[in-house]
Design a protein around this ligand. Structure first.
Ligand code: PLP
Length: 230
């Protein structure tokens, strides 16, 4: 069941890549299986079907699963991170997608330094300026990226965004297109330590459009695991 759905999502990503018009069709896409609110048994099913990247949004939940899961995977933090949880986050996660303030970036840098790690991160952009969502406004992005590039224990790897939950999913397209443009520009900047290679955008309802418009990392939960029970 989970395996079938995982393969379906993989197939849809391939179809979306074929529909690309402004983005190289062969630019690969990393599929993150968003396992939040699903148990370790469900995670194993996805991993055995080929998932190698998992996404979680809460530190405590991720920690419990991290200690239980008997499969090697890459861990992504996709949810909002509080500064006081940076210490645990740097121990668990390979990539933190949700860095949205200088304050948080500095906390991650400090905690990563303590354990001798260089933490890979993405900066979250709030392109639609939704009050309910975190993320840097595009006007403030340059300053944020410049600062992050100076932090020795952080490696800036790209950008992340969450599209508004539009009734008509096509309404996301201009936003994804604009994000891809911003990402392309940021890639050109000769940073000292940054290695800009990921544009993380697209979830269950909008990932096919995100992939068409240039996402190379998508975060998909419901389409693989079914609805979450809270
Ligand atoms: C939960 C979550 C997802 C996955 O959402 P689905 O709609 O279940 O695919 C992706 N990104 C973030 C930031 C999330 O919190």
């Amino acid at each position: 069941m989970i395996a079938d759905k995982f393969h379906e999502v993989e197939a849809k990503i391939k179809e979306s890549m074929q529909r690309r018009t402004r983005v190289p069709k062969d630019a690969p896409v990393t599929l993150i299986a968003v396992t939040k609110n699903h148990d370790v048994a469900a995670m194993r099913e996805a991993i055995d079907a080929g998932a190698v990247e998992v996404g979680e949004n809460r530190i405590q939940e991720a920690k419990e699963k991290y200690e239980t899961l008997d499969r090697p995977v890459t861990w992504h933090l996709i949810g909002h991170l509080q500064t006081n949880k940076a210490k645990v986050a740097v121990k668990l996660f390979d990539l933190i997608h949700s860095v949205d303030t200088v304050h948080l970036a500095k906390a991650i840098d400090k905690e990563a330094g303590k354990i001798g790690k260089v933490q890979d991160i993405l900066v979250q952009v709030n392109l639609a300026k939704e009050e309910s969502k975190s993320g840097v406004y595009k006007e403030d992005l340059q300053e944020m990226l410049d600062l992050v590039d100076t932090l020795p224990n952080i490696r800036l790897c790209g950008l992340m965004c969450i599209a508004p939950n539009y009734e008509n999913v096509e309404d996301c397209r201009p936003l994804f297109r604009e994000m891809y443009g911003i990402y392309q520009k940021v890639k050109e900047i000769p940073y000292k330590t940054a290695n800009i290679k990921y544009l993380s955008m697209g979830m269950t309802h909008d990932y096919p459009i995100a992939v068409e418009e240039g996402a190379n990392m998508v975060r998909v939960g419901t389409a693989i695991f079914g609805p979450r029970q809270y």
